[in-house]
Ligand binder design. Structure first.
Ligand SMILES: CC(C)(COP(=O)(O)OP(=O)(O)OC[C@H]1O[C@@H](n2cnc3c(N)ncnc32)[C@H](O)[C@@H]1O)[C@@H](O)C(=O)NCCC(=O)NCCS
Ligand SMILES: Nc1ncnc2c1ncn2[C@@H]1O[C@H](COP(=O)(O)OP(=O)(O)OP(=O)(O)O)[C@@H](O)[C@H]1O
Length: 200
């Protein structure tokens, strides 16, 4: 079974991802793949630099993610341009990784994709788990984790579908407002229900 793990920015996907890995379930993280494909020499690096200019690079040539983020989260057209360059490459690489893991014999594989619904990637997965928190807590956790200003938080929230909307498209929802142990319990209940706990 391929499980899509989604949510919103700072809703707790990586936190749940870690719990899945602790259970022996492999997770392919779209944010990590998105970083890999823009390393110097990788297929999307040149396209991004050609499109956004040398000013989105550091002196050593690597991508200045802070600068690129400031551009694309404040301009929808530029965000779409970046998405058009990166999303097909990310999708392709994730599909290859799934193939490799299947060959290794894994029966359950998780794809952690923040923009699963926005980027219409739901056909990559069989079931969907949404990691949900309310928007005020999302603002707080995002601000605490990344030290963003109020405005930086708002533009990032606006770049995604509201979490409340996403609930209706998910097979299961994990409420991540409370203790990590509560979150883990909800996750394990879902995995048992879907019969995909490797150790059970
Ligand atoms: C704009 C970039 C350079 C900012 O990098 P930065 O290191 O600051 O953030 P990071 O990549 O860790 O992303 C943090 C979170 O931002 C959100 N986010 C990222 N990209 C986007 C986007 N295009 N639209 C909406 N939300 C996004 C996601 O919730 C993600 O988990 C980077 O996010 C990027 O390359 N985005 C485009 C690729 C993409 O869509 N990635 C999301 C996974 S498919
Ligand atoms: N149940 C919880 N209680 C307290 N803090 C939490 C809880 N779950 C997550 N956090 C914290 O909230 C922040 C966001 O969590 P996490 O990084 O897992 O989110 P994410 O969905 O992966 O974010 P992104 O999409 O930006 O990568 C982190 O600082 C994390 O430590």
């Amino acid at each position: 079974m391929i499980i899509g793990l989604t949510g919103g920015i700072a809703s707790g996907k990586s936190t749940v991802s870690k719990m899945l890995k602790d259970e022996g379930i492999p997770v392919i993280d779209a944010d990590i793949v998105a970083r890999e494909v823009v390393q110097i020499g990788e297929e999307a690096y040149e396209k991004v630099v050609n499109n956004f200019g040398i000013e989105v690079t550091n002196s050593d040539g690597t991508l200045d993610r802070k600068k690129l983020g400031a551009i694309v989260f404040n301009d929808e057209e530029k965000r779409s341009a970046l998405n058009e360059i990166l999303h097909p490459v990310i999708r392709n690489r994730m599909e290859n990784r799934v193939g490799e893991l299947k060959e290794k014999g894994y029966k359950t594989i998780v794809l952690d994709i923040p923009l699963l619904f926005e980027s219409k990637l739901t056909n990559l997965v069989d079931k969907i788990i949404l990691v949900y928190i309310d928007e005020d807590l999302q603002r707080k956790r995002l601000q605490n984790r990344d030290q963003f200003s109020d405005e930086e938080v708002e533009v990032r929230l606006k770049a995604q579908f509201p979490l409340k909307e996403k609930i209706k498209w998910a097979d299961e929802v994990i409420h991540n407002h409370g203790l990590l142990s509560d979150t883990k319990e909800q996750l394990v209940t879902i995995l048992i229900k879907w019969n995909c706990l490797p150790r059970s």
